[in-house]
Design a protein around this ligand. Sequence first.
Ligand SMILES: *Cc1c(COP(=O)(O)O)cnc(C)c1O
Length: 359
Amino acid sequence: MSDDKNLKTPRLEINLHKIQENARILVENLAVKGISVTGITKASLGCPKIAKVLLSAGVNALGDSRIQNIMRMRNADITAPITLIRTPMMSQIEQVVEHATISFNTELDVINALSESAQKVGKNHGIILMLELGDLREGIMPEDIEGIVSKTLELPNIKFKGIGANLACRSGVVPDAKNMKELSDMANSLDAIFGFKMDIVSGGNSANLGWALKSLNIGRINNLCLGESFLLGLDPLTRKPIEGLYTSAFTLMAEVIESKIKPTKPWGKIGQSAFGKLPPIKEQGNISQILLAIGEQDTDPSGLTPPLGMEILGASSDHIIVKADKHSITIGNKISFKPNYAALLRAMTSPFIEKCFIS
Ligand SMILES: *Cc1c(COP(=O)(O)O)cnc(C)c1O
C-alpha cells in the first residue's frame, strides 16, 4: 500500500533501470553465441523511453508490430534501425517504407507494393521472409520460399536481408533443435542456390531463449527478437523467472473506492455476468472486500498478482474486487499488483493508466 497523493492512479510504475539491466544481460549472453538482439517495443506502445533504454543496453535494432508505434519512436528522434515485425498492411505501405528499415514479409503482393513505394521516394527497404515452421501464424510454406526469394531479388529498391521464423505464439510450438535446424538448413540451401550469404537468420522471440542459451549448435541463427523476457524477466514457455533477471520492472497501482465487510456469495437468480459465465464461488462467509477503480477496460484482471494476503475475487469493466486480509483498508489507499504479459499489454495500451517512470 502507498499513499502518495501527488501521483495519479491507476498507474503503471515502470523501472527503467531493471529493464535496461535485463536487456544488457540478455544481449551479453546472446552475443557470446553470435546472436544479435532486436528489442521489441510493441508491449509498450513503442514507448521512446523504453526504446532508448534498450538501445543503450546494446540491442542492435528495435522492432514493433504496429507502424503507429514505429512512428512514435521516429517522432522521438530514434534513428536506429526499426523492423516492422508484422507483415505490412497494403493500406500502410507508404508509412512502412518511410519509417521502417526492414519488414517481416510473407506475401509477394506486399513486397511488390513496398518496391513501388520505395522507388517513388528513392529509398531502399529491407525484407526478411518469414518461414512457416509449424506454429501456424505467419510464414511461407517451406516449398514456396525459394520462388519468393527469387522474385524478391529482382525487385528495385528492395534489399533481401534474410529469413526468420516465429514459434510459440499462436499454437505454443516450442523452439527446439529440430525446427531451428530446419530454419538453418533453409538459410544454407537458399545461400547455395542464389550464391550469397544472407545477413539475418532470425530464430524467433523470447520463447527461443531456453534453446539459444543451452544449445551447443545454434547453426545459422544470428538474431532473436525479444520483448517479454527483458520486460518481465520471464521465459514465456514456462513463465518462470530467467536466472539473473529482474521480474519486478512493472507495478500496477490501483485505488480503493469502497471497503466493506460483505458476504462471499451473491444472492438472487444468477444469469451471465458482464463478461460471460463465472466459475463457482467458494463460500468464505462474511469477508473484507475492497473495490478498486480499475477493470477489464484497463488491464487483464486475471493476469494480476495481488499483494500477499489478498485475493482477486472478480472484475467488471471498471472495477476489480479484492478480498483483503484482516486489517481494514481505507478509501483512497493504493494497492499494488504485479502484471503478467497480457495484463501489462492492456495497461500499457490504456489511456486511463498513467505511465510513471521510476529509477
Ligand atoms: C511479439 C513478437 C516478438 C517478441 O515476442 P516476445 O515473446 O515478447 O519476446 C518477436 N517476434 C515477433 C514476430 C513478434 O510478433
